[in-house]
Write a protein that binds this ligand. Structure first.
Ligand SMILES: *[C@@H]1O[C@H](CO)[C@@H](O)[C@H](O)[C@H]1NC(C)=O
Ligand SMILES: *[C@@H]1O[C@H](CO)[C@@H](O)[C@H](O)[C@H]1NC(C)=O
Ligand SMILES: *[C@@H]1O[C@H](CO)[C@@H](O)[C@H](O)[C@H]1NC(C)=O
Ligand SMILES: *[C@@H]1O[C@H](CO)[C@@H](O)[C@H](O)[C@H]1NC(C)=O
Ligand SMILES: *[C@@H]1O[C@H](CO)[C@@H](O)[C@H](O)[C@H]1NC(C)=O
Ligand SMILES: *[C@@H]1O[C@H](CO)[C@@H](O)[C@H](O)[C@H]1NC(C)=O
Ligand SMILES: *[C@@H]1O[C@H](CO)[C@@H](O)[C@H](O)[C@H]1NC(C)=O
Ligand SMILES: *[C@@H]1O[C@H](CO)[C@@H](O)[C@H](O)[C@H]1NC(C)=O
Length: 766
């Protein structure tokens, strides 16, 4: 689809330049043009030229000419759904929206990768519990990864031991800058890239210099190689980052194949590019789609949102979309919350990276970071607040931002900095200190101290208690000195997992009856493959493996588990796979207490982790499954009050709601939520048995505060696999929950499997 690949390097550059000129001219003439997605719904003529011709004709009706239509159009979505993207004035967009053949017109917005360059790190082994997973070396499961591309030479993408490319795969190896056909293999079975949306919305890639880029699926950012190898990386023994955290690196599902769709550039992903990638991936024949990206919160709607629309079509075709919940950290910020998307939160591993501070008085302060750098001797300490330039307040200087520190004061010193906001770029502070001649940085950062950072000079994060001790030492000692030690890795730390401080939380602000996120997985300090061209994030060192944090990192863990389930149960629907992953998740940490939230183990609810922390071994054999299909989704949306027009805006075809749709809480989701509960409510669910022989499951309820719960029937007897049974959960509230949710759980158990659904109720009246 992109016009630029398959061209020699220089020609690519010339074309780029031409596009750039054309684009500047057009820009001068009609400064109010924006990039819109024109969605035209369902259709069944994959890749047909006539569809593109028809798109141009419709577009010509508002631009005035076919030539104008060709100039305005960027993408044609023609494989799994129909539509196009184009640069239009708001008036033209409005005109198009009124056209009969157009379903909806909405602006192409920007998504972000669910990690940031400041959350960088240093390496270790992947997830130990996966090493016990049985593996089928002939696996034909394909995961599509929409991200920043891939570094194909990484050992993690070796195809050793894999069989031929699955026949069902219809994708391609699209070549481009530093990416040839030889860069695809039996592991990376396809690669495509999408750049038009990005360039029309953000400017030519060249304008981002000096950041490196490849006009191809080759990854210059590292993020895509990291997520891809987390899903399906081959087994690579003795992987480490400068010797730290040495171990065997491997993806969750090493026999899985990857189809790479590069739609993100410099951390940003245009909706139009992502939608084009989804259109292709669905057609290419992927089994699972992994999206470690999302819109900034709040996500206002399912109906005019590129990811929700693309994911709906994927779901309809039997493809599960697993997506990150986002890194916004606060209640009601979770993104990608449609019930047809598996929404993934992030939590810690049982591993810590300590880079401690040795004070001149022999005291040791616990610090955390991913610091491979060794300090050969001790250096003087100075508080950044005491090194303010004239006209800069001490407080402003303490944040170690650019042009606030007096270089002659910090030269040769370890500088003590603080953070201003949650989203401060921590790494940049170390650059500022180094620019002023500083040799080390201690960052007082009680919130993010468990998130591994990398700095360009020896640097570490300390908590509040350590900061107090440091301050006392610095005020009592005339010449305070310290050494920042290189990182030591600690394993089997407790408690773990804990919810990551940055992991976005529910409730789902669009439909609060659906508890979101759905699950949590490892997303703090995860080691995986990296692009050696991406040095900005790795303290300017070129590395093949890197440790980073984000819901970007937890999402591919869950995608990998989904791929494993798909290889065991090829006939399972996306909902069945979601259900298996959700109902087997655990809410207990390794101290047998409910998972807490970083940094201080504060109490959590299902709005932190949904059904809990993924448990891959249990997910393979869940016992019972809560299934649903796209008709059930339509019924659910009807029950939330969606109009036929809104439904059309999502599905692309005109569908009507039943006269009285079942209440939204009866949607057969694997968790139970009732967002407006008046006194009593009965919730219905149906489970499908996937076990051998006859068995009896018994209901067990963990009661939400102030609510009586009965389950009828309370026993479910199954005789053969595939059998379905329905049950009812009656809730009777005796206490108003006063605007907030109360939580519990329903667990069906036959003595072997435990099939758990969290319950979230907002009791408005009794
Ligand atoms: C559907 O999309 C059209 C065009 O973008 C928009 O004007 C309309 O408001 C949407 N309808 C609903 C019910 O959301
Ligand atoms: C990309 O290709 C160009 C031209 O062949 C070459 O000079 C350059 O070194 C390559 N870059 C990388 C990172 O491989
Ligand atoms: C692992 O790699 C390091 C070099 O990075 C090497 O010194 C060491 O011997 C290797 N260990 C094994 C077990 O291969
Ligand atoms: C301190 O920083 C804030 C935010 O950047 C700025 O608005 C303010 O003017 C600064 N104050 C001084 C005295 O530099
Ligand atoms: C700080 O500002 C100077 C110019 O004032 C600039 O050259 C330098 O790159 C900036 N450093 C950072 C880390 O932003
Ligand atoms: C920086 O601090 C030194 C030493 O206190 C002082 O002499 C100098 O004037 C300061 N520089 C600026 C730009 O304020
Ligand atoms: C809840 O259960 C208790 C004990 O069985 C009973 O006394 C009470 O009436 C019940 N409340 C409601 C609202 O059903
Ligand atoms: C209910 O919430 C309101 C406001 O949030 C608070 O003032 C009141 O104390 C709460 N009542 C109970 C019984 O918790």
């Amino acid at each position: 689809m992109p016009a630029l690949p398959n061209k020699p390097y220089t020609l690519t550059r010339v074309l780029t330049l031409l596009i750039f000129i054309a684009f500047s001219l057009a820009h001068g003439a009609t400064a109010n043009k924006k990039h819109y997605i024109v969605y035209m719904g369902h259709h069944s003529h994959p890749n047909s030229e006539s569809v593109i011709r028809a798109n141009h004709e419709i577009l010509a009706s508002v631009t005035g000419s076919i030539v104008g239509a060709h100039d305005a159009a960027l993408y044609h979505y023609s494989k799994t759904f129909q539509g196009f993207s184009a640069r239009l004035t708001p008036e033209q967009a409005q005109q198009l929206a009124e056209s009969d053949s157009v379903v909806s017109v909405f602006e192409s917005k920007t998504n972000r990768l669910s990690t940031t360059h400041s959350w960088d790190f240093l390496g270790l082994d992947s997830i130990p519990q996966y090493n016990q997973m049985p593996m089928d070396s002939k696996s034909n499961v394909i995961v599509g990864v929409i991200d920043t591309g891939v570094w194909p030479e990484s050992e993690s993408f070796s195809d050793k031991g894999l069989g031929p490319v699955p026949e069902k795969f219809k994708g391609e190896c699209v070549t481009g800058e530093n990416f040839t056909l030889a860069n695809c293999n039996r592991k990376i079975i396809g690669s495509r890239f999408y750049v038009q949306g990005f360039e029309v919305e953000k400017g030519p890639l060249e304008s981002f210099a000096p950041l490196p880029f490849f006009r191809s699926a080759r990854d210059s950012d590292g993020h895509g190689s990291h997520t891809g190898s987390t899903i399906a990386g081959s087994v690579v023994p003795n992987a480490s980052f400068f010797g730290m955290a040495r171990g065997t690196a491997r993806g969750g599902a090493p026999s899985t194949r990857l189809a790479i769709y590069k739609a993100c550039w410099f951390n940003l992903c245009s909706d139009a590019d992502v939608l084009s990638a989804m259109d292709d991936a669905i057609y290419d024949g992927v089994d699972i789609l992994s999206l470690s990206l999302g819109p900034d919160p709040p996500q206002p709607t399912y109906f005019e949102n590129a990811i929700s629309i693309g994911a709906f079509h994927a779901f309809h075709r039997g493809i599960l979309v697993s997506a990150s919940a986002g890194n916004s950290g606060f209640p009601s910020t979770a993104c990608n919350v449609a019930p047809w998307i598996l929404t993934v939160a992030a939590s810690t591993l049982d591993r810590e990276f300590h880079s401690n501070v040795y004070l001149g008085n022999s005291r040791i302060l616990k610090g955390s970071s991913l610091n491979p750098l060794k300090m050969e001797r001790s250096y003087g300490l100075i508080a950044a607040s005491a090194a303010a330039l004239p006209e800069v307040t001490a407080k402003n200087a303490s944040f170690c931002k650019n042009n606030t520190l007096n270089a002659s004061l910090i030269k040769g010193k370890i500088v003590v900095c603080t953070f201003e906001t949650f989203t401060d770029n921590r790494r940049d502070k170390s650059i500022v200190v180094r620019q002023g001649g500083g040799v080390g940085m201690i960052l007082v950062d009680p919130f993010l101290k468990d998130v591994g950072f990398q700095f360009v000079i020896p640097g570490t994060l300390i908590g509040q208690e350590e900061a107090q001790e440091l301050q006392e030492y610095m005020t009592t000692e005339t010449n305070p000195v310290a050494i920042i030690s290189p990182t030591i890795t600690f394993l089997k730390t407790k408690p773990a997992p804990e919810m990551a401080v940055f992991s976005s939380m529910g409730p789902n602000i669009i439909t609060p009856d659906i508890i979101k996120p759905d699950v949590t997985g490892p997303g703090v300090n995860v080691l995986a493959a990296w692009s050696p061209a991406a040095t900005a994030a790795t303290a300017e060192m070129s590395v093949n493996y890197n440790i980073i944090s984000g819901t970007s990192m937890s999402c591919p863990h869950v995608s990998a588990v989904a791929a494993i389930l798909k290889s065991y149960q090829p006939s399972w629907s996306p909902a069945a796979i979601m259900s298996a992953i959700m109902t087997t998740a655990t809410v207990l940490d390794n101290s047998r207490r409910t998972i807490g939230r970083d940094p201080n183990g504060t109490p959590t609810t299902p709005f932190d982790y949904g059904s809990g922390h993924i448990n891959p071994a249990a997910a393979i054999d869940p016992g019972l499954v809560y299934d649903f299909d796209s008709h059930d989704i339509i019924n659910f949306l009807c029950s939330t009050g969606a109009s036929p027009l809104q439904l059309k805006n999502l599905t692309g075809s005109l569908v009507y709601c039943q006269k009285s749709p079942a209440p939204s809480y009866n949607f057969n989701y694997p968790s139970i939520g009732v967002s407006k509960m008046n006194g009593r409510v009965s919730v219905h669910r149906t489970v499908t048995y996937y076990g051998k022989g006859s068995t009896v499951y018994v209901a067990n309820v963990d009661y939400p505060a102030g609510v009586n719960v009965t389950v009828a029937p309370s026993k479910l007897k199954f005789t053969k696999t595939g059998e379905k049974m329905s049950f009812r959960v009656d809730f009777a509230a005796f206490k108003n929950s006063n605007g907030s949710f109360v939580f519990g759980a329903l667990t069906w158990s036959n003595g072997i499997q435990k099939v758990r659904s969290p319950i979230g109720l907002n009791v408005i009246s009794v």
